[in-house]
Each structure stands twice: as C-alpha cells, then as structure tokens.
Design a binder for this molecule. Structure first.
Ligand SMILES: Cc1cc2nc3c(=O)[nH]c(=O)nc-3n(C[C@H](O)[C@H](O)[C@H](O)COP(=O)(O)O)c2cc1C
Length: 175
C-alpha cells in the first residue's frame, strides 16, 4: 500500500468545503464521535478550554443561517457544531484558545469526512459582530469566545481531493 493511501491521509486530503447537504439527519453516535474527535485535538499546555455547542434544531439552524452572511448553507445542513473557547480557564487558554479551537475544528471536519459526512468551516471570531449575535442565538455566556461553526451533514456535492504542495509554500532547511 502506498503511504498516501492510508485512511488518515485520505481523510485529510479528501476533506473539502461542502455547502450542499442531503435531507438526512446525522446519527447521534456520529455527532458524539465528532465531539470526541474535537476534544482529542492538541491544546497549549493541555489546557482543554474548548466547548462544543451541537445544534440540530431546525429553527436554531435557520436563525444561524439568517445571521451569518456566508453561512446560508445552514438552511440546508442538519447539524452545526459551534466551536468555542474559554479564555478564562487558564493563562495558556487565554493566550492560545484560538489555536486550540482551530485544531479542534479541523479534527471535526477531517473526522466528519472520514465517517461519510461533509461540511464547511464558518468563521465567526473575525467576522464583525457575529460572535455577539451567535452568543445571543445560542445563549452562550459572554466570557466564552466563539471561534467558528462547522456546518455538517451528508454532502450533496462532490469535490476532488487536494493534492500536491502549493507552489512556493515549501522551504527546505531555510526560507
Ligand atoms: C477561518 C475560516 C473561515 C471560513 N469561513 C467560511 C465562511 O464563512 N463561509 C464559507 O462558505 N466557507 C468558509 N470557509 C471555507 C473556505 O472558504 C475553504 O476552506 C477554502 O475555500 C478552501 O476550500 P477547501 O476547504 O475545499 O479546501 C472558511 C475557512 C476558514 C479556515
């Protein structure tokens, strides 16, 4: 077997942003596994200051879709996992929650692809005003930071897997 045919590599290279979804609910077992994979991501000094808000309620999904200017696929997606951090948990969490939550988000998206789901990362943290509005919609406490939303479901579109190293991205030994 070629090393690039390993299941993990195929999941990483095959993950693409999918924005169309079948009308099919995601099983509870899969949802819990995705959150478990989020929790398995590395975090600075193992601070584990991440929180995951699972949204399957159609009315709430629609409200998120209305609110997010680039999140209209949430009108169709049966599942959203909102990845949050608690910067007050520790000094390391305060400094690194964004990196920690990004690692968790990526784990969720790759794991989703590996178990037959698809999805897309919706940025929240640096989208003006969105952190506050999403906090309101989902009753997230004010001291909790919102990194982003994974819109998830059974994909209704197919995209080619990634391949190759981006031109100019690789610097061997020195820049
Ligand atoms: C921080 C971040 C924010 C993103 N926000 C959005 C978004 O709001 N809406 C969206 O449709 N895609 C969003 N994306 C997905 C990117 O558009 C996508 O990853 C990129 O075009 C590359 O495509 P690929 O994921 O298929 O490799 C975001 C991705 C990242 C990492």
């Amino acid at each position: 077997m070629r090393i690039r045919d390993s299941e993990a590599i195929r999941a990483i290279l095959g993950r693409r942003s999918i924005r169309r979804f079948e009308e099919r609910l995601v099983e509870k077992e899969k949802i819990e596994l995705l959150v478990e994979c989020g929790c398995a991501a590395p975090s600075a000094a193992n601070s584990r200051a991440r929180h995951f808000v699972v949204v399957t309620d159609r009315e709430l999904l629609n409200r998120l879709a209305e609110d997010h200017p680039y999140g209209k696929m949430l009108f169709e997606a049966p599942l959203a996992i909102v990845v949050c951090g608690d910067p007050e948990k520790s000094d390391f969490a305060h400094r690194y929650w964004e990196e920690d939550c990004s690692a968790a988000m990526q784990n969720i998206l790759v794991a989703a692809h590996a178990i037959g789901l698809d999805g897309v990362w919706l940025g929240v943290r640096h989208a003006p005003g969105k952190e506050e509005s999403i906090r309101k919609i989902l009753s997230i406490p004010n001291h909790i930071a919102v990194l982003g939303i994974a819109a998830l479901g059974y994909g209704k579109e197919k995209k080619e897997p990634h391949q190759g190293i981006d031109q100019g991205a690789l610097h061997m030994e020195r820049w």
